[in-house]
Design a protein around this ligand. Structure first.
Ligand SMILES: [Zn+2]
Length: 180
């Protein structure tokens, strides 16, 4: 993660100070530490009646050109469900309804240190697939022909879907590969 050098509030140079059990960035002028926290993000397993799942091809780094689940970072003021469905609309053109929570994981990130990923299952959706935002393509895949998945964290939720929620459990037979 890139180090922060200046205070968000006063713009003065930050120093480091041992506080509450670890070394933290500290502003001597504001007399307060800069607490750094994980960043929350969402992803969605959008499944049709045949247990095919919707993937998007990334048009931006990281992992540009690889496929992943639709999703992205939460904005201020959103619920996790709202953030997930907004990203679905932006990246695929589809309007969806959250069926249920698939799980929550903490994942290492080169840019943000730790990303909290909230995974949702969507079974009901409407509209025509139209890739946009960070996605150059959007398509449905059957479990046995899934492409390499850009992020292990997304693969975790794909596995969760096929082992616990899919009608067929088809993908359990296949070793789902990731590319990182
Ligand atoms: Zn300051």
């Amino acid at each position: 993660m890139r180090r922060k050098n200046f205070c968000h509030y006063c713009g003065k140079q930050l120093s480091e100070k041992f506080l509450d059990g670890c070394v933290r960035l500290y502003c001597e002028f504001c007399r307060q530490p800069l607490y750094e926290n994980p960043i929350p993000a969402t992803c969605l397993v959008v499944a049709d009646e045949k247990d095919r799942i919707l993937l998007v091809k990334r048009s931006v780094e990281p992992q540009k050109g690889l496929w992943c689940l639709p999703g992205g970072f939460m904005e201020l003021g959103e619920t996790p469900e709202q953030a997930a469905l907004r990203e679905l609309k932006e990246e695929t053109g589809l309007c969806g309804q959250v069926e249920q929570l698939l799980g929550v994981t903490a994942n290492p990130s080169p840019d943000y240190h730790t990303v909290i990923l909230i995974g949702f299952l969507v079974k009901r959706y409407s509209g025509r697939t139209r890739p946009g935002d960070d996605a150059s393509e959007a398509a449905c895949f059957q479990a046995h022909v899934l492409p390499d998945i850009a992020f292990d964290s997304h693969l975790h939720f794909i596995r969760t879907f096929y082992t616990k929620h899919a009608k067929t459990g088809e993908a359990v037979k296949y070793s789902l590969k990731s590319n990182c």
